[in-house]
Design a protein around this ligand. Structure first.
Ligand SMILES: Cc1ncc(COP(=O)(O)O)c(C=O)c1O
Length: 393
């Protein structure tokens, strides 16, 4: 199975990517290659394997065909990328990329809308290593972008949309300004995935996914990836090897299997999410929607310019206090209460972004709830939310 036709559509690529015959042995998908020790025919073969960076069986920590197939498939969705590293979780992908590209004395520009554990890593681990994090307004535009950088800035990190507050960043402008200064750019691209936002094509150097979400798609895998251009890719790969990180072939297998259906799932998540969001917009108790694909959202114009579609994760705020919000969420039947997102099932999460904003205070227009819209019938989800809103009155 050749996956080298760069003109093929994403749907075709989702089916074919990463399925090299050498790895599948003729099966449709690569099997789960479980390994620690690899046995060599002789010392010459062992020495030859040492010389290869990857894609030659060497030792279990370097992975095998199951992991290589997933990594290659993810690389194919980011034209311009040199390769993909796999990590034990999305959080591990983020922290490894930052550790690989930053050194003591450096400054990191981090979007104020970043996933909270990303902030904790910066404020605790990076600070302890003598690396300064400066948080910036995700809505920074135009000339103000240039003013962000200092002589010490080495990495600019984006998350667009922010996974709690859903601001869309001007990624091409941020990347152009960073590139002019030799600053490496990274994005947490988990919401859009490369299907909706091929980040490297928009100028980003490192595109990070929590594959735990849409790639795996069934809420049963923890996995992360960094797809990067040459330079950053080699540094991230060396760092993860030095740190002894490895991804199990079982998890890589499940993520590969999830990837095959990500296109149809994401489309459905997005469509159902928009239907639910439009309904919520009409409800008197709802004070605000946070969904970049809705006309009227602050990020809508940039979203329409840069994105190929919408995912199914968004938030809304209600008039009322926390007790009303708790009544709403507790009254829901079809929405689970829990962290993460991107799986089959819908989720509702009360959240308070003001707790983790420092560059620009977050003025919440009411009590906020984040919704992951799953693959249930949206009519059932809307009826559920109607029950919840009635309970919150
Ligand atoms: C936007 C975003 N990035 C990264 C992560 C971390 O991924 P993981 O849970 O696989 O560590 C999450 C998890 O919720 C997330 O929402």
């Amino acid at each position: 199975m050749s996956s080298k036709d760069s003109n093929k559509a994403d749907a075709t690529r989702l089916v074919e990517a990463g399925r090299r015959k050498a790895w599948t042995q003729g099966l449709v998908s690569p099997a789960v290659w479980r390994a620690s020790t690899v046995l060599f025919d002789d010392v010459a073969a062992l020495r030859d394997a040492v010389r290869h960076a990857d894609e030659v069986l060497y030792y279990g920590r370097r992975g095998g065909p199951t992991q290589w197939a997933l990594a290659e498939a993810l690389t194919e969705f980011e034209p311009g990328a040199a390769g993909t590293t796999l990590h034990a979780s999305g959080a591990a992908a983020i922290t490894t990329a930052l550790l690989a590209l930053l050194e003591p004395g450096d400054e990191l520009l981090m979007t104020d809308s970043a996933y909270e554990p990303t902030r904790v890593f910066c404020d605790k681990m990076l600070k302890g290593l003598g690396i300064t994090t400066r948080y910036y307004d995700p809505l920074v535009r135009g000339d103000a972008i240039d003013a962000l950088f200092s002589d010490r800035t080495k990495v600019l990190f984006m998350e667009s949309p922010g996974s709690l507050t859903f601001e869309i960043q001007d990624v091409p402008a941020l990347c152009a300004a960073a590139k002019a200064r030799g600053v490496v750019t990274m994005i947490d691209n988990t919401w859009a995935t490369p299907l909706l936002f091929p980040a490297i094509g928009h100028g980003v150097d490192v595109s990070i996914l929590a594959c735990t979400k849409y790639v795996s798609g069934h809420s049963d895998v923890m996995l992360g990836s960094c797809t990067a251009v040459a330079g950053p890719f080699e540094r991230i790969r060396k760092t993860l090897q030095v740190m002894g990180q490895a991804v199990s072939p079982d998890d890589a297998f499940l993520a590969s299997r999830g990837l095959r259906t990500m296109g149809v799932r994401l489309k459905q998540h997005g469509e159902s999410g928009l239907e639910v969001a439009r309904w919520l917009q009409q409800q008197p108790l709802v004070s605000k929607l946070f969904h970049p694909a809705l006309p009227g959202d602050a990020g809508h114009a940039l979203w329409a310019r840069d994105f190929k579609g919408t995912a199914g994760l968004f938030a809304f705020a209600i008039h009322g206090d926390d007790a009303a919000r708790v009544r709403l969420v507790d009254a829901l039947d079809h929405f689970g209460i829990g962290f993460s997102w991107g799986g089959l099932e819908s989720l509702a999460l009360p959240m308070d972004p003001e707790r983790c904003r420092t560059a620009v205070p977050w003025a919440a227009p009411g009590k906020m709830i984040r919704l992951q819209i799953g693959l249930e019938d949206p009519a059932d989800l809307i009826a559920d939310l109607a029950r919840g809103l009635a309970a919150a009155q």
